[in-house]
Design a protein around this ligand. Structure first.
Ligand code: UDX
Length: 471
């Protein structure tokens, strides 16, 4: 008779803030449910988690949880921002993947389920080698991933590369997105004539590997993306929609009144902005942040700043170090942003974002439309002004405006007049309309992660299936 093995999940996130953040939330939910979890970080990420958060300490509450680390192969000072993702993956192939494989092959408690970021195409071979089921966790939005999966069809149909400069041309060969997506709403790296481009090739490789997994996990909820999830099931029938994961973890841990558990930030948070928000009137502040990877030029920063100042609305701006390209004068930039706006503006280098978005003084979010930021804004019922940078963000921002109707899409424009107009619309002239839409989405998000909700049920199914997976 075969001996029953202990369930042991091995989680390997893409070593960037967004993916690490939501995979840690999933890891914690699995740990609450007494599943053994090994979480693999790169040294770069782990050192930052240890110095800026109490994550390693918090996870000591779970005796069957452990962190392991691998080098990412890049020198310490190397940028790990958005456009460097191809280099990061290439470097990890050489330095991290062999160690990761060895860890799985020699694990004291055999790994019974591997959960890896969808972009880790090497995971299919390693999972097959150890004979464990593989679940891909795609931390980008499902609508964004669907545009990746449609890429071969778009190339075959001659829609990509674009035939001319008309970015307003509607896209035809992305089923389920008819009448919604224009060329400009596809991931920005589709605006290339070179199909051998590093990122395009990565996406095409990911497209081949996704269907090889036993299932795909998404940080979304059925009510938000039902039509897209239906399309995704044609490629990978077994889907777990578990999001919004940050709210899901809170729901599993305690009541709705519970404040954010603790942060998973790899940068030090400046909590002084919360005391500043405490002094501002209800729903009067626009929160401005472009996440952990996006960058802007100094000109773009000035346009956004002038737009905000001219709108007369209060703002809280996250000015992440290194987020202005080609400029190393960090203090000079901050002084320029603060000029004449001390009364109405607050600038920090990194904020406790979940807490900021939950604050009653915040009335809107000028965002790069990263998927975590989008979900965090939705859960708090805060309308968005979207200025997408890359990957899934161009798709997310389009959905925010025309499908979910919880904000405005500013993509491909960075003009002070447009910024001022959109800020005024969201914060003043169309405030009630956007707040109503945002509150409806917030309610459905909260319902999804509560007992009886769709994400709650999908999580229970995942937990049960993991517990019965055997080698
Ligand atoms: C990346 C991609 O940009 C995004 O499009 C993709 O969907 C996921 O991976 P990132 O750019 O970091 O992520 O954006 P986002 O997904 O929004 O994640 C940023 C995270 O950092 C959020 O969880 C947010 O709460 C946190 N954050 C951001 C802070 O804690 N403080 C800040 O000041 C800014």
């Amino acid at each position: 008779m075969q001996h029953e093995r202990e369930a042991h999940v091995f989680i390997f996130p893409l070593p960037l803030q967004g993916p690490v953040n939501c995979m840690l939330k999933l890891a914690e939910i699995l740990s609450i449910n007494k599943i053994k979890v090994t979480f693999l970080n790169t040294d770069y990420i782990h050192q930052r988690l240890c110095s800026h958060t109490d994550v390693p300490i918090r996870f000591r509450n779970y005796p069957d949880f452990c962190f392991r680390t691998v080098p990412d192969g890049l020198p310490e000072e190397n940028p790990r921002t958005g456009t460097e993702i191809g280099n990061l993956l290439e470097s990890m192939d050489a330095s991290a993947v062999p160690i990761f494989r060895e860890m799985l092959l020699t694990a004291e408690t055999p790994v019974t389920c591997l959960i890896a970021d969808g972009i880790f195409t090497f995971a299919t071979d390693v999972a097959a080698e150890i004979g464990a089921p593989l679940l891909y966790f795609d931390t980008v939005s499902p609508c964004g991933l669907w545009t990746y999966l449609c890429l071969p069809k778009l190339i075959e149909a001659g829609e990509v590369p674009f035939k001319d400069d008309n970015l307003d041309e509607m896209i035809i060969n992305a089923p389920g997105m008819e009448g919604i997506i224009r060329r400009r709403d596809l991931p920005s790296f589709y605006r290339t004539n070179d199909l051998n481009d590093q990122i395009i090739q990565l996406v095409l490789r990911e497209d081949e590997h996704i269907p090889l997994a036993q299932g795909v996990i998404f940080n979304t909820f059925h009510h938000l993306e039902a039509p897209i999830l239906a399309q995704l099931r044609t490629v990978c029938p077994n889907i777990y929609a578990l999001g919004p994961l940050h709210a899901h973890l809170k729901a599993r841990l305690a009541s709705w009144e519970a404040r954010p558990t603790t942060s998973n930030s790899i940068w030090e948070e400046d909590g002084s902005c919360i005391s500043w928000l405490d002094k501002q009137p209800s729903k009067s502040v626009v929160y401005v942040s472009i996440g952990s990877l996006a960058v802007m030029t100094r000109d773009q920063m000035c346009e956004i700043w002038h737009g905000l100042v001219n709108s007369g609305v209060r703002f809280l701006w996250v000015r992440r170090p290194g987020s202005v390209t080609g400029d190393s004068d960090e203090t000079g930039i901050d002084q320029e942003l603060a000029r004449g706006t001390e009364e109405r503006g607050c600038i920090v280098r990194w904020a406790p974002q979940e807490e900021v978005l939950a604050h009653p003084a915040v009335g809107g979010f000028l965002t790069h439309s990263g998927w975590n930021s989008t979900l965090e804004s939705m859960v708090e019922g805060k309308p968005m002004i979207c200025w997408p940078y890359f990957v899934d963000q161009q798709v997310n921002s389009r959905y925010v405006e025309v499908v979910w109707k919880v904000g405005l899409d500013m993509k491909d424009s960075c003009d002070r007049v447009v910024v001022e107009k959109m800020v005024r619309e969201v914060m003043e002239s169309r405030k009630d309309e956007f707040l109503k839409g945002a509150e409806e989405v917030a309610e459905s998000a909260r319902a999804a992660v509560s007992p009886g909700g769709s994400s709650f049920a999908d999580m229970d199914r995942l937990i049960e299936e993991i517990k019965t997976m055997k080698i």
